[in-house]
Design a protein around this ligand. Sequence first.
Ligand code: SF4
Ligand code: SF4
Length: 176
Amino acid sequence: MAAAEPKTVEKTTTRGGPKKPSQIKGLFEGLWVTLRALTSRSQVVQYPHVKEEPHQRARGVIGLLEENCTVCMLCARECPDWCIYIEGHKERREPRREGGKPRTVQVLDRFDIDFALCMYCGICVEVCPFDALHWSPEYEYSELEIRDLIHDKDRLGYWDTTKPPAPRLGYYKAAK
Ligand code: SF4
Ligand code: SF4
């Protein structure tokens, strides 16, 4: 059987050799992109000397309105990262009306969010049936120790005070 002929490979680029028109076009396109980037306004700010004002509805950190939380655990169950830790206990309370039955209420003992694990998806905020979780645009809470990124209910309660006021009814409809 005859030996196969070796394939000849066409050389498309040669260092220092003549350039094809498509290569020259590509070179100018690249230079044009560089020139545009050099002359356009910088998008970078010198943080922390210069601070950008985040959008009012930015997902900076999650705040907890403790009085609204019924310890239903829905947020913790739906969190895809399992980074919400809730503990509570039941307490008997006086009936609301005279002659009524004593009530059983859930009392929140622990509500922690580990922001080292959180991926800011917002599912917990969306699923809370009692409007106890809200986004705040605050973003300055970096830590030297990763374990300090676990925020307890007091800290989450503080973040809740930094949330923007709710937009008036029909705001988003009018903005469309
Ligand atoms: S934003 Fe998403 S990942 Fe973060 S705590 Fe809520 S559900 Fe979990
Ligand atoms: S879903 Fe809302 S009410 Fe239920 S435990 Fe979470 S924050 Fe509390």
